[in-house]
Design a protein around this ligand. Structure first.
Ligand SMILES: C[S@@+](CC[C@H](N)C(=O)[O-])C[C@H]1O[C@@H](n2cnc3c(N)ncnc32)[C@H](O)[C@@H]1O
Length: 279
């Protein structure tokens, strides 16, 4: 399969819409910029920077981590853990349509795994990318404590999985390191907690006020940390001893990753200008 993608796109990473290979909409592309800020926060760590990514799909976010290592002139490793298999639980899959159906089809013939392997070939050479194929709850027990500078959680959105993934991340991150994740559209304190709890078996849900969210992420993050630092749905906490504290990510140096689509780069740039957060 990797050979097919090589022929389709020999000189560049490839993110076809048909495989929902870019996982978030244009409004969420700013989260890649926040990823680069997270790397900036650990750029002075001794030794090679170690990043763990839980949930990689076609490799879009991995390319951002890798480019950030290059930009900050640091060598590092990125370990990607993902089963590259069925995405939704069987119950939800029955009723799934649109992007979810397409994602399910993308796992047939190992298409998405092949695309990931193709895309990481174009990662910045400052980064060595390793991967383990499996669910994080199966893989985490084999990983040693306090070894990562950044643990990024973007795997399953189901409450029990996110709860596990955060707990494991807390163990795996070194003192002073970062635990962060994607898809926190709303924090628990800002929405109806009863609605969130009633929907934790769904990947995504829209509340009666029309607010879309990943209920499992909202609840698990709140239970693990309380309120977190939240940048456009990218949440981030720094380990300080046994505690985890909010991080002023808007003070970090950031950039727009080169592999974003041109239209997304423009949208992100416009958002950054209008936000007033950046110099
Ligand atoms: C939202 S996608 C990741 C998108 C990717 N980080 C990006 O931005 O391009 C979620 C990924 O998590 C993976 N996944 C699902 N359950 C998982 C689990 N228990 N452990 C690790 N990965 C999981 C899925 O296979 C899928 O590739």
């Amino acid at each position: 399969m990797r050979e097919v993608f090589r022929r389709l796109s020999p000189d560049a990473p490839y993110f076809p819409d048909q495989l929902v290979s870019i996982q978030s909409g244009p409004d969420s592309m700013i989260r890649h910029v926040w990823q680069t800020g997270a790397v900036c926060l650990v750029k002075d760590a001794p030794g090679p920077i170690r990043i763990l990514e839980v949930g990689s799909w076609a490799g879009h976010s991995v390319l951002t981590w890798a480019e950030a290592l290059g930009k900050f002139e640091r060598h590092g490793t990125i370990l990607c853990v993902d089963p590259w298999g069925r995405y939704l639980a069987a119950e939800e899959l029955k009723a799934a349509t649109g992007a979810y159906r397409a994602m399910d089809a993308a796992t047939d013939l190992d298409l998405i795994y092949g695309l990931f392997l193709h895309n990481i070939r174009f990662a910045d050479k400052q980064a060595r990318i390793d991967h383990i194929r499996g669910r994080f709850d199966e893989v985490a027990p084999y990983l040693a404590d306090a070894q990562f500078d950044i643990v990024y959680i973007d795997g399953s959105h189901y409450y029990e999985d996110v709860t596990h993934d955060i707990l494991a991340a807390k163990r795996l991150v070194r003192d002073g390191g970062i635990v962060c994740g994607d898809d926190l559209e709303h924090q628990l304190a800002d929405v109806d907690a009863a609605f969130v709890r009633a929907n934790i078996a769904k990947d995504y849900a829209v509340d009666p006020k029309g607010r879309g969210m990943h209920p499992g992420v909202t609840l698990a993050v709140a239970e693990a940390f309380g309120r977190v630092a939240d940048y456009s749905g990218f949440w981030i906490m720094r380990r300080e001893g046994d505690a985890f504290r909010e991080v002023p990510l808007h003070q970090a140096q950031v950039f727009i990753p080169s592999h974003l689509r041109e239209q997304d780069k423009h949208a992100v740039y416009a958002w950054m200008k209008q936000s007033g957060l950046f110099g």
